[in-house]
Design a protein around this ligand. Structure first.
Ligand code: AMP
Length: 281
């Protein structure tokens, strides 16, 4: 496994592989690797000749009062997991090289970046799309693997790729959950044992409403109140939002006629947890 820190060196290396006709799969991450990331790597391994992983905690996607400083970091372990997972190239940039003093170019996807998480984290997706545009230019992948856990992020990046004619494909990979249903996230490491138990109520509420929709409930007002009720019964959890939206533009849906996204964000103490499911009528 090769490890690069500089953009030029990783770009040159990958360009030389591309010239030999190798297909490049790319998994961008913020590190602190877990089974969710590993499923993206596995998928990339299956489809490509070369698997590139980036590890970069992107400062410009964090707001001033967010957890950039406390975001979990575990480089040594990450490199071991990457190696065992079959990664060929790790790109581990330095943020001073990524954002030089004269950095003044940003990529914004309007509309879908301003709803859901965008409402509560202004500027977040601008940071995400900017870093992805940079990473895609540096790595020049054929296929990029993103997790459905961050559904909004995945479709924003897909839209950017389409609108900017980037020569790559996006594959969205299902959410990997712990045995008890909690969506795996690097931020779970910042939960205490007790908080970890409280967090189970998120998946429980999603499963309950999936059952309701199966039984014929179509009114999303009822669905949202059910989720809200289940979560409010668990002390110590604060809901940021619960929304039922269409899969493309992420606009609110009142009556479920085709598959929709139920997206939820909660806070347990200082930890922000995000989850979603697709509800099918
Ligand atoms: P992150 O390191 O949190 O920025 O995540 C890097 C990539 O892994 C993103 O595309 C995420 O959507 C994806 N990811 C994170 N957690 C999971 C999970 N539990 N299941 C599937 N993909 C995930």
């Amino acid at each position: 496994m090769k490890i690069f820190k500089s953009a030029k060196s990783v770009q040159n290396y990958i360009l030389s592989l591309k010239r030999q006709g190798r297909r490049i799969g790319f998994v961008p991450t913020m590190g602190c690797l877990h089974d969710g990331h590993l499923s993206l790597i596995k998928r990339a391994r299956k489809d490509n000749d070369v698997v590139v992983l980036s590890i970069f905690i992107n400062p410009i996607q964090f707001g001033p009062n967010e957890d950039y400083k406390h975001y979990p970091r575990s480089l040594k372990m990450d490199l071991m997991l990457a190696r065992n997972g079959g990664v060929d190239v790790v790109y581990y940039p330095d943020s001073r090289e990524m954002y030089t003093e004269d950095h003044c170019t940003y990529v914004e996807v309007n509309g879908i970046s301003e709803v859901l998480c965008g409402e509560f984290r202004p500027g977040h997706f601008k940071g995400v799309t900017t870093v992805c545009a940079k990473l895609f230019n540096i790595v020049q992948p054929d296929i990029v693997y993103l997790g459905k856990k961050d559904y909004q992020q995945a479709i924003i990046i897909k839209q950017m790729v389409k609108n900017l004619n980037m020569p790559l494909r996006i594959k969205i990979v299902p959410i990997v959950r712990e045995k008890d249903g909690l969506a795996i996230s690097s931020r779970n490491r910042n939960l205490t044992k007790g908080n970890r138990k409280q967090a189970l109520v998120i998946f429980k509420s999603l499963q309950t409403v999936r059952g309701l929709v199966k039984d014929g409930v179509k009114d999303t007002g009822k669905i949202k109140s059910k989720v809200e009720n289940i979560i409010s019964n668990m002390p110590g959890i604060k809901v940021e939002y619960i929304r039922v939206v269409d899969l493309k533009l992420l606009q609110p849906v009142a009556v479920i006629k085709k598959p929709v996204l139920l997206a939820i964000v909660v806070w347990i103490k200082k930890v922000r947890l995000i989850d979603n499911i697709i509800l099918k009528p």
